[in-house]
Design a protein around this ligand. Structure first.
Ligand SMILES: [Fe+2]
Length: 308
């Protein structure tokens, strides 16, 4: 299935009028490709939205505080089954400072949140790899989520949700419960769609802000309900859209660069594709890009007990 996503890259090249078979880049050595099958949970979700419209949700680090907020159950409790207790840290500050930088792969987004201690920040870093791969920020010892956005046409796409964990066996049922993205072939469509308003309910028994069950379906509802390609000419973007603005400008520049013969990102054979989304607390006066180092130091000093 990952190969299927990779083929979409070739489709994009073909659409731009180049001989894709002659110029197709080598298969990127993405970490998820080397994870044993029993340690993976892969879900494909077809959505009625342009792939870029969907991917922009990945690079907006502020939206989880609102769209994915639980009202009754503590967020760390509701996400525990999927192994994402760090979600609770994220919910402590709904106005993160957003930083963005270009990388040899594409771009990196940092969201810096306040904590009760002014000397400590909670930092989440998202890594993006061209043409359409996302490394979602995860906390220490948490399961990883790698996503791929495969265009079907201008108005629809497949999103691949690839969950894996190097340290413990995944609980697929808990993951499906948190994300709501269980689908089946041949079309990989979900029962939640525009026609039924993604089964949104304002019943008091629905325990989250959106009234929609499952984080993937909450995202889906935002991305489909605006129409498959939203007319952006009248947009008024703000500070929380900083990464989206950066991304759009970067894409336009890269297209121009490529037309002038410059290489696209993530094509350098020297790249090792050892990317990782990260989230951890760290000294507020240190650069946000250090968060992975701080997280990995914590993981080394607090190893996970492996069940006998
Ligand atoms: Fe989301």
């Amino acid at each position: 299935m990952l190969r299927q996503a990779f083929l979409a890259c070739i489709v994009i090249l073909a659409a731009r009028g180049v001989d894709a078979r002659a110029e197709a880049p080598p298969m990127p050595m993405l970490e998820a490709l080397f994870v044993p099958e029993q340690d993976l949970t892969v879900t494909i979700l077809q959505r009625e939205a342009n792939w870029l419209q969907g991917l922009e949700g990945d690079i907006d680090p502020a939206h989880p505080n609102y769209l994915h907020k639980d009202l009754v159950t503590a967020d760390d409790e509701s996400w525990r089954g999927a192994g994402w207790q760090s979600i609770n840290h994220l919910m402590s500050d709904g106005t993160p400072k957003i930083h963005v930088e270009e990388t040899p792969y594409l771009m990196r987004v940092g969201a810096v949140r306040k904590t009760a201690d002014p000397k400590i920040s909670y930092v989440r870093v998202f890594e993006s790899c061209a043409p359409f791969y996302s490394y979602v920020a995860i906390g220490p010892h948490e399961s990883r989520l790698f996503k791929a956005w495969q265009p079907i046409d201008d108005f629809s796409c497949y999103t691949f949700y690839i969950h894996f964990d190097a340290e413990r066996r995944l609980d697929p049922e808990a993951i499906y419960r948190n994300w709501g993205h269980r689908t089946a072939p041949p079309d990989y469509k979900t029962v939640y769609n525009n026609a039924n308003m993604h089964l949104q309910s304002r019943s008091p028994t629905r325990q989250n802000v959106s009234g929609i069950n499952g984080a993937a379906i909450q995202d889906l509802a935002m991305q489909e309900s605006m129409g498959p390609i939203y007319d952006r000419r009248q947009e008024h973007l703000g500070f929380s859209d900083r990464a989206v603005i950066f991304y759009r400008r970067l894409m336009l520049r890269l297209i121009k660069d490529n037309e002038e013969g410059k290489p696209l990102p993530a094509q350098d054979p020297a790249l090792d594709f050892q990317q990782r989304g990260a989230s951890f607390t760290m000294p507020a006066d240190r650069p946000w890009q250090e968060v992975l180092k701080w997280q990995q130091e914590y993981e080394r000093s607090h190893p996970v007990a492996v069940p006998a």
